[in-house]
Ligand binder design. Structure first.
Ligand SMILES: [Zn+2]
Ligand SMILES: [Zn+2]
Length: 378
């Protein structure tokens, strides 16, 4: 228990509640002093540079990168690096919590709406974005992603496009892009001259679009909706019933589920690799996203082809419910490690439905499911 500084009068008070209140008050004062001092230092060091930003207001759900590029344009700067160095922000990296607070203090009142868009490192494994605590692997911070339709229509980019498993725009049903046609292997980087402009000069708004399935657009919608919902806010919109997910599914759980379903594979070593080394490149993420979306669009029968695929390298298909159960053990183990207990239970119910459906085991088709879904969406 700290309390050495509490002073004589406090030491005589043995009432725990009072002691705690005094302690909390002192902690607040100390934090305030530290903050004030940090603010003074930062203001002195940084305000002349930061001042440039003051005229730029963030747009709804805008990403830090998009905001910084607009600040570059509006202030007539040459490159993003000028803004980045003023913010002491390394594009592609999360800011430390302390640095984020310094930045907020130096920008002053009226910029609190910037805070959610800044990826902030809580600890080595956790990053805060948009008020959501997310595993680092759920974020694609090192590359830039954008929806060509959104940037054309709205003129800015969204923060949640950097959620690693999300491959599609929920508004346009367009696949996000993370590279330019000039070099599909090189990710877009923040050294490009403009948010919508590649280093080769191409305007990223006029790239050829790839449209998603309606299932993928629905999944993107579910992810974006959870991102936009304040953490801890009760949901009372009816939209939440439009998906077949458990109603209390969090953003983080949905992202894990999407990654997991998209990675179901007869090569279990590969599947495990996906979990430990998250896939970020959109050309790969898009395929996984489609698989997950198809499975989720018609739950639980939508996931049956994936489950069949999971044991497709074994010589024999299951011939009774026990062999079906055994064939799926590796997938169940992966699910147990990958998903939260709640989502694991929900997934296990779908596996149980599969095991109870002999006709589902024997189809040798590993193509995506043929619609026989009673809850059709779109
Ligand atoms: Zn869009
Ligand atoms: Zn290019």
């Amino acid at each position: 228990m700290p309390g050495g500084n509490a002073g004589h009068c406090v030491m005589r008070v043995y009432d725990d509640i009072f002691y705690k209140a005094v302690h909390a008050h002192e902690e607040r004062l100390r934090a305030q002093r530290t903050r004030d001092q940090a603010r003074r230092v930062i203001n002195k060091m940084m305000m002349p540079e930061i001042d440039l930003l003051v005229r730029v207001a963030p747009r709804p759900w805008e990403s830090l990168e998009s905001f910084a590029y607009r600040a570059v344009d509006l202030n007539g700067l040459r490159s993003l690096s000028e803004i980045a160095s003023a913010l002491r922000w390394k594009p592609g990296r999360a800011l430390s919590l302390e640095r984020c607070h310094q930045l907020m203090n130096s920008l002053g009142e009226g910029y609190t709406q910037l805070e959610p868009m800044i990826p902030t490192e809580i600890d080595r494994k956790t990053v805060l974005l948009g008020g959501h605590r997310l595993k680092r692997g759920l974020l694609a911070l090192t590359t830039s992603r954008l929806c060509p339709d959104c940037v054309e229509q709205h003129g800015y980019g969204k923060a949640y496009w950097s959620l690693a498993p999300l491959a599609a725009c929920e508004e346009h049903g367009t696949y996000l892009v993370d590279c330019c046609a000039c070099n599909p292997d090189a990710p877009l980087s923040t050294t490009r001259p403009g948010y919508m402009q590649c280093a080769c000069g191409a305007d990223l708004r006029y790239q050829p679009r790839r449209h998603t399935s309606s299932a993928a657009q629905s999944l993107a919608f579910e992810i974006a909706r959870r991102y936009k919902t304040d953490v801890g806010t009760e949901q009372d919109d009816h939209e939440s019933n439009s998906s077949m997910l458990p109603p209390e599914t969090t953003l983080s759980e949905l992202l894990d589920l999407t990654t997991f379903l998209g990675s179901v594979n007869p090569d279990y070593a590969n599947m495990n690799l996906d979990r430990t080394r998250p896939v970020v490149k959109l050309s790969h993420v898009s395929k996984r996203f489609e698989l997950a979306a198809q499975a989720l669009a018609c739950w639980p029968t939508g996931v049956f082809p994936l489950l069949r695929f999971a044991y497709s390298q074994q010589r024999e298909a299951p011939y009774n419910s026990r062999t079906a159960y055994q064939a799926l053990q590796p997938v169940m183990h992966a699910a147990e490690r990958w998903l939260s207990p709640q989502m694991y239970k929900w997934f296990a119910e779908a596996v149980a439905a599969f095991i109870q459906t002999p006709s589902a085991w024997k189809s040798h088709s590993n193509s995506l499911p043929v619609r026989d879904c009673a809850h059709g969406r779109n």
